[in-house]
Design a protein around this ligand. Structure first.
Ligand code: 13P
Length: 250
């Protein structure tokens, strides 16, 4: 049985002052303990998350990291830094990083391997553009990303990876993929994992959907066979919406 996992991706939102307030609110929520919950904050808010969520079941993580442990890499944060503060997750290969910061699959693969080496759970994002979807190239695009980003990962480690299917045309647009389309792509991603690592391992990997997930569509999405969770942007920035998302079963 795969445990559902709902994670907020705050993106570049919340100053430390604002983050402190939101984390205080999140720490007081009555959340379903059957669901794994987490927030991935901007790097500058991570120590606040560590402090304010310490007595809760809400995990925290980063939205990016470099693959090296330390050194002359101005502006980057390392896996050892994240490990040192007790971060659970690191989002890797988000479409915004691929697009605006030119991250390619080779770099993302190094980051995934490094995260696993440091006991961090990578939340590996993949997904197609609208043009690729309209040209029916979405499966090919996602297969290419997943195969390249998971190169060299052992069977033992694959079950620690969370994959987030985020069609780019659904991110921040209010347009959610239909729950059937989202389910079918998450199922397709599971079949890619099965091809690479075997069916037994594929059944253990958790696959999230992301893209305009809101309290009013989370129940339908989470009801689908291949969708094990959600990676949520905008709706994770309000404590009451985050509560409704994590408590989708209640
Ligand atoms: P929205 O939920 O704001 O569409 O963002 C989705 C996303 O990119 C999460 O990583």
């Amino acid at each position: 049985m795969r445990k559902s996992v709902i994670v907020g991706n705050w993106k570049m939102n919340k100053t430390p002052t604002e983050a402190s307030e939101l984390l205080d609110q999140i720490s007081k929520l009555d959340l379903d303990r059957e669901v794994e919950a987490g927030v991935c904050t901007p790097a500058i808010d991570l120590l606040l998350a560590k402090d304010k969520l310490s007595e809760t079941n809400v995990n925290f993580g980063a939205q990016n990291m470099y693959f090296e442990e330390s050194g002359a890499f101005t502006g980057e944060i390392s896996p050892t830094m994240l490990q040192d503060i007790g971060a659970s997750y690191v989002i890797l290969g988000h479409s915004e990083r691929r697009e605006y910061f030119h991250e390619d699959d080779e770099l993302i693969n190094k980051k995934v391997l490094s995260a696993l080496d440091h006991d961090l759970t990578p939340i590996l994002c993949c997904g197609e553009t609208l043009e690729e979807r309209e040209a029916e190239k979405h499966e090919e695009k996602v297969r290419g990303q997943i195969e390249a980003d998971l190169e060299g990962i052992s069977n033992e480690d694959i079950e620690k990876v969370i994959i987030a299917y985020e069609p780019i045309w659904a991110i921040g647009t209010g347009k959610t993929a239909s729950s059937d389309d989202a389910d079918s792509m998450c199922g397709y991603i599971r079949s890619i994992i099965a091809d690479k690592f075997g069916e037994e391992y594929a059944q253990k990997v958790r696959i999230q959907y992301g893209g305009s997930v809101k309290p009013n569509n989370v129940v339908e999405l989470m009801g689908k066979e291949n969708i094990d969770g959600a990676l949520v942007g905008g709706a994770s920035l309000k404590a009451e919406d985050f509560e409704s998302l994590v408590n989708y079963n209640k």
